[in-house]
Design a protein around this ligand. Sequence first.
Ligand SMILES: [Zn+2]
Length: 398
Amino acid sequence: MLSLFLSLLAITCFGLETYEDYSVVRFHEMSDESVAFLEAEDLDVWQTNKLEGWADVMIHRDQLEKYLNLYPAYKVVYENVQEEVNRSLEENEKARLASVGKPFAFDHFPTPAEVRAYMTQTANDYPNLVTTINIGNSYGGNPIGGLRLNSGSPNAPRFILQCTIHAREWITTTTCAYIIDQLLTVDTNLLQYYNWIIIPVLNVDGYAYSHSSSRLWRKNRQPGSSCVGTDLNRNYGQGWGGGGSSPDSCSETYRGTSAFSGPEVARERDYIQNLNIAAFVDIHAYGGLFMSPWGYTSAYPPAADYNEMDRLMTASCNSIRGVNGASYAYGSSYHTIYQASGGSNDWTYGYLGVVPSFCIECRGTTFTAPISQITPIGREVYAGIRTLALQVYANYQQ
Ligand SMILES: [Zn+2]
């Protein structure tokens, strides 16, 4: 009965956009040029890993043969992407329905309304530690909310964490919430050291769309010349317009008409650019990576800065490994995940001078992570953030 109910739910609620005709393939032995070629073909490149030389790509059935012939070292990840989407949505909806009326307990991926309720409830539960913030409105006019956590000086430096700049990376939303939870219930000393600014969903329009209409939506919902959506993590000002970003509005890596043409990142820029920032971390999924600038160029930051970035990444990744044994690879974005221009942490480092500016890709093999991974991923990423916060604070004391 439950399965009948869930399949009816799947038909009525889910999959307004269907991925029946799409497969996901992992191509191996991929050069920089091959990855750039696939991106230029307007394919949806789910994830890349330059250290291991692979790229996961979603391809329509009619084009599959062409690309499999071009890059014969491949493995099919999902023959029919919709089957995987249905599996994950059904699992999630069942868990969500079982949790209605209870406090959020990291047992499902929350709807946009549930994220807002979680933030309001957390601020109500911890009135002396937590303040809700609103950095401004999205393209669609929706407030971009977050929480500020602090128990020390209101002038303490900011530790900025943002999640879900890419709409479909749902496990990042829960990871930001998990970090909030741990800071408030376990490591409350860290609230004295910093003003934590935590934004669980930066791309609020895209996130809502990934729930209502198109599970694998990545960009914001701003119309371009031919297609909808700017890739907000190609829209920041540092190196904007360079390689690993597209001028084509139909591309999944469309960079927008100019730096900060995406209202969501423009509002973020306005909100943070005059703050005293100790650290900035942008959390993505998937693949298990911890990355520093630069993403837009193969050059490394000056040695004094990069040595510090490397030291912090080493310490954080050691802590991550200590939780579940997962090894996150680390290094500069360009050399870790392939070139990407106009990314968030290139800008916070390049324009704002924040040396601890990182981008994390949560561990996993898909955007449709099972709900059983919400807590393990939250725990390990939190361990990395905790170590980063302690190390950066120790620097302040010197
Ligand atoms: Zn991402």
